[in-house]
Design a protein around this ligand. Sequence first.
Ligand SMILES: CC(C)(COP(=O)(O)OP(=O)(O)OC[C@H]1O[C@@H](n2cnc3c(N)ncnc32)[C@H](O)[C@@H]1OP(=O)(O)O)[C@@H](O)C(=O)NCCC(=O)NCCS
Length: 173
Amino acid sequence: MTTNAEIRIVPIAAEYIDGFHKALDAVAREREYLTLLEAFPLEETRAFVLGMIESGNPQFVALADKEVVGWCDISRHAFASHAHAGKLGMGIIPAYRGKGLGRRLLEAALRAARETGIERVELSVHADNHRAIALYEKVGFVREGLARKSVRIDGRYKDAIHMALLHEQPNQP
Ligand SMILES: CC(C)(COP(=O)(O)OP(=O)(O)OC[C@H]1O[C@@H](n2cnc3c(N)ncnc32)[C@H](O)[C@@H]1OP(=O)(O)O)[C@@H](O)C(=O)NCCC(=O)NCCS
């Protein structure tokens, strides 16, 4: 397997859409961590990614050789009153977890968010996802609330923790 140092974190591009779709589908089908329980069809995923690129939303993938093994994206909210904020999603296929890749992906996406003027990055994480919560807190996310029984997968309820990180922007009117 490719070592961590050999894995590249790169902005998403059209050529990585198939790989992103495959990685997203694999993590979704674990039925443990994501809201999605399977990826949307490839063509919908393609439209989503091309929209992210066009609107300048941060989206990065981790590449082991040419395989997409993880992703992190931040979608800016559409309504003007919320457009200073964006929602983060991420995932890594099982064999590549726990090696620091999550942190590299997250830091790349947060840096891009700051550069593009996203002041508030929000996310929702299942309360039993201790590794993800630890990672988010390490990079500065703060717990803002608990949504009780927010998730039900195969009859199992889970609480969700809402977290956010603020990028303070100087000289805002
Ligand atoms: C969550 C996820 C993105 C984290 O990425 P990762 O590459 O596995 O995590 P990292 O190796 O960067 O490590 C995260 C940190 O949490 C720590 N950690 C790992 N397991 C932990 C646990 N069970 N409890 C507490 N902390 C833990 C690590 O020590 C590490 O800290 P360090 O950088 O100081 O060593 C990845 O595991 C994943 O994709 N999981 C499945 C999908 C998912 O949960 N997506 C997020 C949905 S909100």
